[in-house]
Design a protein around this ligand. Structure first.
Ligand code: ZN
Ligand code: ZN
Length: 145
């Protein structure tokens, strides 16, 4: 078990969340993957190990993790949400328009945009989300062959 998983488990226990093997597996999967999976992808990755688990179980656990601040939900209109367990560092996302892959993209947090937006619109700004779109290296090489 990695240190990140251990820390997250400890944090959940401190907030009174009971640990079950399924909950632990979902948490571990989320923390170890860098792919920002949907609930369905998590379900498919773990159903072999937990044949009795349902997609609803995955959703319920994701909600618990979200409330504890362990994951961030990225909503996409009608498409299913993706879940990001990298809440420790501010980062942006770069998304492949061919395969839908979402990857972390590290760039200094754009505080000044929030200040400018607040000034321009009179809002009390709480945050922002920026996404870069393009074609990932894997899809690029598929296209050129
Ligand atoms: Zn791609
Ligand atoms: Zn991310």
């Amino acid at each position: 078990m990695s240190q990140r998983v251990e820390k997250a488990v400890e944090m959940l226990k401190n907030t009174g969340v009971r640990m079950t093997p399924q909950r632990h597996a979902i948490l571990e999967y989320l923390l170890e993957t860098m792919s920002h999976p949907t609930a369905d992808e998590i379900y498919k990755a773990l159903e072999g190990k937990f044949p009795n688990m349902s997609v609803a179980t995955v959703y319920n656990n994701l909600r618990v993790f979200k409330e504890a601040g362990l994951v961030r939900e990225l909503t996409y209109g009608d498409a299913s949400s993706r879940f990001d367990a990298n809440t420790a560092e501010e980062h942006y996302h770069i998304i492949c328009s061919e395969c839908g892959d979402i990857r972390d993209f590290h760039y200094p947090y754009l505080h000044h945009i929030e200040k400018d937006a607040s000034k321009a619109a009179g809002f009390k700004v709480t945050g922002h989300r920026m996404e870069i779109y393009g074609i990932c290296p894997e899809c690029q090489s598929k296209q050129s062959h």
